[in-house]
Design a protein around this ligand. Structure first.
Ligand code: G6P
Ligand code: MG
Length: 210
């Protein structure tokens, strides 16, 4: 029986728009151009790496301390927005598919770079659905490094080759493949050539035979 490891943002919930608002607030403050195109590059990337991407368009050098202050400011604003999330932010299709996979005996885990993972799972009432949570708080390297997924497999006591990763980001698919796992791609990642199983809707997970 294969285990499933789910990315969070862009797969189970859609917090992209909140990340966008948070980073836009910082970019506006510094007078840096920021749009959806830059925001798309932040998918699956850690908070500090996201800031570095935004600062590519900034002509001044910032100290590490200044960067950490900006990242903290963004996160405080972002967490304020996350605070308004409710269980209704998880689609019925997502909830029922997860329940069916569990019923069939699959182990389920989270593999997300976000340090806010546990907060988001609590707000959306998803915490109890998962057998293990691997997130930004237990990793050194973010995707495309496989660490977050390898940790999830370890927490589940599963071999990586027995794990199916569900991802929306190219960097996440790369991480899954680097970890020796099967990669299912949804959203953006469904069009990525390294994806083993592209899917258009979440419930298609019930038809995957890997
Ligand atoms: C996920 C999102 C990224 C975000 C990262 C860190 O991977 O897709 O856009 O930068 O988490 O999130 P955090 O909540 O720790 O700032
Ligand atoms: Mg994602």
């Amino acid at each position: 029986m294969k285990a499933f490891i789910f990315d969070l943002d862009g797969v189970l919930v859609f917090t992209d728009k909140y990340h966008y608002q948070g980073w836009k607030m910082i970019a506006d403050k510094l007078g840096i151009p920021f749009d959806e195109k830059v925001n798309n590059r932040l998918r699956g990337v850690s908070r500090m790496e996201s800031l570095e991407i935004i600062l590519e368009n900034y002509d001044k050098e910032l100290t590490q301390e200044e960067k950490e202050k900006l990242a903290e400011e963004k996160n405080d604003f972002y967490r304020g927005l996350l605070g308004n999330m409710t269980p209704s932010d998880v689609a019925d299709e997502v909830r029922s598919t997860l329940a069916e996979l569990k019923k069939r005996g699959h182990k389920l885990a989270i593999g997300s770079s976000s340090k806010n993972t546990k907060f988001i799972l609590e707000k959306t009432d998803l915490t109890d659905v998962f057998d293990a949570i691997s997130d930004g708080t237990n990793i050194e390297k973010s995707k495309p490094d496989p660490e977050v997924f390898l940790k999830a497999a370890e927490f589940l006591s599963e071999e990586p080759s027995n794990c199916i990763v569900v991802e929306d980001a190219f960097s996440g698919v790369d991480a899954a493949k680097a970890g020796g796992m099967v990669a299912v791609g949804i959203g953006d990642a469904s069009g990525y050539e390294k994806t083993d199983f592209p899917i258009k809707s979440f419930k298609e997970l019930l038809d995957i035979e890997a």
